[in-house]
Design a protein around this ligand. Sequence first.
Ligand code: ATP
Ligand code: MG
Length: 333
Amino acid sequence: MQRIFSGIQPSGVPQLGNYLGAIRNWVSLQADHECVFCLVDMHAITVWQEPAKLREHTLTQTAILLASGIDAERHILFNQSAVSAHARLAWIFNCVSRLGWLNRMTQFKDKAGKDRENHSAGLYVYPNLMAADILAYKATRVPVGEDQKQHLELTNDIAQKFNHDYGVDFFPQVEALIPPEAARVMSLRDGTKKMSKSDPSAQSRIELTDDADTIALKIKRAKTDAGVIPSDPSGLVDRPEAKNLISIYAALSGMGVQQVLDLHQGQGFGPFKTALTDVVVNEVAPIAVKTSQLLQDESYLVQLLHNGAQRAQAIAEPIVTEAEKLVGFVKPL
Ligand code: ATP
Ligand code: MG
């Protein structure tokens, strides 16, 4: 059985893009994989997080993942900082990875913007920590949204260079599992920007804890153009907002884009948005309800993460200890 590793940052409340790009895939992959799911709190602090909020978001996300169908008994769910193997392997990878490789990473450029000098060193070396997250488990498949594809290519470069430098065949190559539909959900306010849980505007995203009224209002206010729904996908070229709403509908309804167009062609965005709201509420509302129930018992969630961390540690510790020995670090015999 292949091992999966995937993570999500507790940098806010998960949004619809996280769900369609990652979480929904995680749930279905559980059937035939050994899965390690991680709340990557060390990644989250690469940009400033209020301590109380980081804690709250970590617990909320744990509840959301359980509410979405993650099975924390059959699989592993934990927070990254609880397993020190991640940080130890990340340091080794900081020394394997090349500055030239990191300089090409578009996520750093997007997040740092023009003010590069004022961002944390952590944000810059983020992809090395991500490679360590995955390879500490020798995971071979990583379900992610399209935005993480470049980081997974870098993970493979790091694994290859480590193996080459130390003359071993130790770390495997990893495969990105990117969903065919809605792999990059765009902001509701700007169809050229990816939907993100850390975007300052909550109007730019549907959060998985939003109630039906909030979802309806956000979709109603979502940016669109004055055109109608076209009859085929060529009519969506250069219409990023229209394309985004239609692909969200397609991904949630299980229809292909063409089928959605067949159903709604000629309509303005008013009626289409009403139909889209129904589809989104149908999927998100049960998750939101279950999440708030789970959040009633904080100590259960804390204990669940702790148990997950112990099981994660049992896999990662021998792998990372072996990597340390390969590097030449003295370890107990
Ligand atoms: P942040 O803004 O803090 O980076 P984020 O919303 O980008 O938050 P992450 O925790 O970085 O979320 O990513 C978690 C997972 O969700 C990753 O697999 C990522 O590829 C996926 N993902 C994030 N945003 C989208 C999106 N807009 N569409 C599809 N997948 C996404
Ligand atoms: Mg992100």
